[in-house]
Structures are given as C-alpha cells and as structure tokens.
Design a protein around this ligand. Structure first.
Ligand SMILES: Cc1ncc(C[n+]2csc(CCOP(=O)(O)OP(=O)(O)O)c2C)c(N)n1
Ligand SMILES: [Mg+2]
Length: 324
C-alpha cells in the first residue's frame, strides 16, 4: 500500500493534469488555443503512476496526447501554456504547439504526433544507456492504436534481443481516433503483444493509480537491473474527443454508452475518496493552490511574445561546428 504522503503527491499530479486540460479545453472552445489539442482527461493515473517511480534522468517519450506525460515528469507549467499558446516562453519556443513537447532538463526528450514515431527513439535511447553502462531507463507512452504500427514490433524485437532498459506503457483507451478496437483487432490481448519476443506483459486498471504505480515500479526496477524490456497495458478511457474539447458523443451510439460506464470510474474521483477515507481533509485548499499556479502560467503565456517568423528555419538543420 502506498503511504499517504506519496498518495497525496499522486493526487496533486493528477489534479494538476486535469485542471490544466480543462483550462486548455476552455481555451480551445473560445478559439484562444488554435493548435490541435488531444486531451488526456480520464487517463491521468497512468502518467502520474508511471512517472512517480522514475528518477529525474530517466527519459519519457510520448505522442500526440502527452500533456499529462509532460506534467507528470516535471515539465514546467509556464512551458506548457507557453507552447500551447505558441509563445516564445513555450517549452519548444512556441514552434511546436500541443503535440511537440520537450523538456530535456527533466527527461522529456520528445512527444511527437507521428503515431509510434517515438517508440523506436525510446528504444534507441535505452540502447545508448546500455552501451554507456548507465542505470537510466527509457519509457515509451503510446496508445492501443500505436501498437498496430510495424516499427513498434521491430523496436520490441531489438529491445528484447539486447535486453534494453525500456518500459513500454500502452494506454489502451479502446479507440484509435474514432475506431473502436473491435473494428481493428480480433482479440482483446494487447498485454500479450511482446510474448513473441519474450517480453513480459501485464494488464492493469489504468484508472487505479496505485495499480499503475505498482506495475510500473516492477517494470522499471527490472529494466534498471538489466532484466530487459517489459510491456504494461493500462486499461482506460479518454473522456473527450480524439482531438478538441467535445465529449465525442456524436461518434456512434456505442461511445455514448461507454462514456457513461467510464465516468464513474474516474481515476481522480477514486483517489480523492481513498484520501478522504485516510483522513486527508485539506484537498480543497491544495486544489485552490493548483488553480492559482495555472492562472499564473496562463497569464504569463498571454503576455509573452510570439515567435519571430523570420527564425522559422532555426533548428531545422544542425549548425555546422566549423565553417565549410
Ligand atoms: C503515422 C501516423 N498515422 C496516422 C496518424 C493519424 N492519427 C493520429 S492519432 C491516431 C490514433 C492513435 O490512436 P492511439 O494510439 O490509440 O492513441 P489515442 O489517440 O487513443 O491516445 C491516428 C491514426 C498519425 N498521426 N501518424
Ligand atoms: Mg487509443
């Protein structure tokens, strides 16, 4: 059982993610945020539970739906709002928007919307850690649809062959864009996707932060000890649409029924109940502080400059170390 102090920390991370995303959703609706935003609301326990067991130098890799991974790994709030509002104070200097978050100083090496694009990169990072004899672990966060891309399987093969310190976290929210898993696969067995490569797999309730933390701890410790990669399938559901702020209720009758089943399984609500059972009474004041931090970050982003169009080619090519 996780001690109460740690559990409060997890609740704070998840609350931060939820409130940040609700604010972004409002700003998408008013048109203030113009870049496409894929919201993570409903899946917060996964980013929080996994990142809680990582060291600062461990690296995480994500995709298009990665505000939660960025915040849970310690990415700055001003860097996130600056990026989403396309300002120079953004974590990618306002060049990337919601789907291109990075904060190398805290181990966020890339969240990239090319589906599965970062899984081979995470494997490559793990390869580097192994070659250098470091104890660092790389974690790839990706969705159920991503597991259908070929190079995820190629990455798993190499990671297994070289026993790389790679943890594969599949966030199975049952959908890839608007396609339910039953329209894409014959069997509900994602946690077994690594079996062919002898990669152990585990399925956990992705809306139970304690279950996620426990599974992640096992996989990360194993990878750090040189035991090689592991796959964790976290069952969850995204509350909002594939992209944007809506609840996606127009996407077929089935989605509407599923959402009403999943809303009561709210990962944050469940954690709040557990904390109240343990006698933690000051959640409202802690939540207020989070709100104040968010307001500050939004205000800072609003008053920051937009990137200068004349520098658009900067960082596209690696600058030559010497002339010629
Ligand atoms: C290579 C590539 N193919 C297709 C797309 C379009 N696309 C963006 S997100 C997505 C679905 C991803 O589903 P999943 O991996 O389950 O993640 P989720 O959106 O559910 O979090 C697709 C097909 C893309 N961005 N990149
Ligand atoms: Mg999905």
């Amino acid at each position: 059982m996780i001690d109460t102090r740690r559990l409060i920390g997890l609740w704070e991370t998840m609350t931060l993610i939820r409130r940040v995303e609700e604010r972004i959703a409002q700003m998408v609706e008013t048109g203030e945020v113009g870049c496409p935003c894929h919201l993570y609301i409903g899946q917060e326990a996964i980013a929080a539970g996994v990142c809680a067991v990582l060291e600062r130098e461990d690296t995480v890799w994500g995709g298009h739906r990665s505000h939660g991974h960025y915040l849970a790994k310690g990415g700055s709030l001003t860097g996130l709002f600056g990026e989403v509002l396309l300002r120079t104070t953004g974590c990618a200097e306002g060049r990337g928007g919601s789907m291109h978050l990075a904060a190398p100083e805290v181990g966020i090496l890339g969240t990239v919307p090319i589906v599965a694009g970062t899984v081979p990169l995470a494997a490559g990072a793990a390869f580097a850690y192994k070659m250098r004899g470091e104890k660092t672990v790389a974690v790839a966060f990706f969705g159920d649809g991503t597991l259908e891309e070929g190079h995820v399987h190629e990455s798993m093969n190499l990671a297994a062959l070289y026993r790389l310190p790679l943890v594969l976290v599949c966030e199975n929210n049952l959908y890839a864009s608007h396609l339910h898993w039953t329209e894409r696969r014959v069997a509900d067995n994602l946690y077994r996707a690594g079996e062919f490569h002898s990669i152990p797999g585990e399925r956990v309730d992705g809306n139970d932060v304690e279950a996620v933390e426990e599974a992640a701890r096992g996989a990360v410790e194993r990878a750090r000890r040189g035991g090689g990669p592991a796959l964790i399938e976290c069952r969850t559901f995204r509350w909002r649409g594939h992209v944007g702020a809506s609840f996606d209720l127009d996407v077929g009758v089935e989605r509407r029924g599923e959402l009403s089943e999943w809303l009561p399984r709210d990962p944050l609500g469940r954690l709040r109940e557990r904390l109240i059972e343990r006698g933690v009474m000051d959640l409202a004041s802690r939540e207020q502080e989070i709100g104040i931090r968010i307001n500050g970050a939004v205000a800072a982003a609003r008053s920051a400059a937009r990137p200068d169009a004349s520098r658009v080619n900067q960082y596209v090519w690696r600058e030559a170390a010497c002339g010629g």
